[in-house]
Design a protein around this ligand. Structure first.
Ligand code: MN
Length: 214
């Protein structure tokens, strides 16, 4: 909110359409003690981190599991409409915004399986990171995912800040890229997967779980 010399008051408001409309209606009536001549509404483009429309509102849980099966990979899972949308990321996530990591969309997972760690028939799993996340961007989810471009903010132990998933394959294909966005949580030149290998649940690495179990 800003007061100009000529009596103009500029209000920058972000929120859902009904909330913004209610605010505009209130301003038209005039706050107590104010004589409102006119209200001009202007849509503004917000850039950078400000484009996250739902800042501060958790969209649900996320988990990154390190998984040894036929191959070793990381599974990034985001809660969307009660299910964990999932991407297998062979090299794992990065906090370096210049690093683009291949992410192959795989079958949805049940939320109940998020905390699972231990040996499996084909190998084993550890919870490499977990927490909650915010959905971002101007297109609401899950439509953003259907369109193939989704930005989100992670609040995990190892992963923090803005990320983007961008579909790169043709049409509705399974091939995506996972990229860290440039913000205060970006760590250029870092390799978080190598630096912090241990589970956020048990403290064990996947190698330890494969050798000794949980
Ligand atoms: Mn997997």
């Amino acid at each position: 909110m800003r007061n100009a010399e000529n009596g103009t008051v500029t209000v920058h408001a972000e929120g859902s359409s009904p909330a913004v409309e209610a605010l505009v209606a209130y301003l038209r009536r005039g706050p107590r003690g104010a004589a409102v001549v006119d209200v001009v509404v202007q849509d503004v483009r917000v850039e950078g981190h400000e484009q996250f429309a739902l800042r501060g509102v958790s969209a649900g849980s996320f988990v990154v599991q390190e998984h040894a099966a036929t191959t070793r990979h990381f599974d990034l899972r985001l809660e969307v409409a009660g299910l964990m949308r999932s991407w297998a990321v062979p090299k794992g996530p990065s906090l370096d915004p210049s690093v683009k990591r291949l992410a192959l969309q795989v079958a949805d997972h049940d939320i109940e399986r998020n905390p699972f760690e231990g040996r499996t028939d084909a190998g084993g799993v550890v919870v490499w990171d977990s927490g909650h996340y915010e959905q971002g961007g101007r297109v609401p989810w899950p439509e953003a995912l259907e369109r193939g471009h989704a930005v989100f903010v992670l609040h995990g132990t190892k992963l923090q800040g803005g990320f983007a998933l961008q579909r790169t394959g043709p049409g509705g294909g399974s091939q995506w890229l996972l990229v860290k966005r440039r913000d205060d949580w970006a760590r250029p030149g870092s390799d978080v997967v190598a630096e912090q290998p241990a589970s956020v649940v048990s403290g064990r690495t996947l190698d330890e779980v494969l050798r000794y179990g949980i």
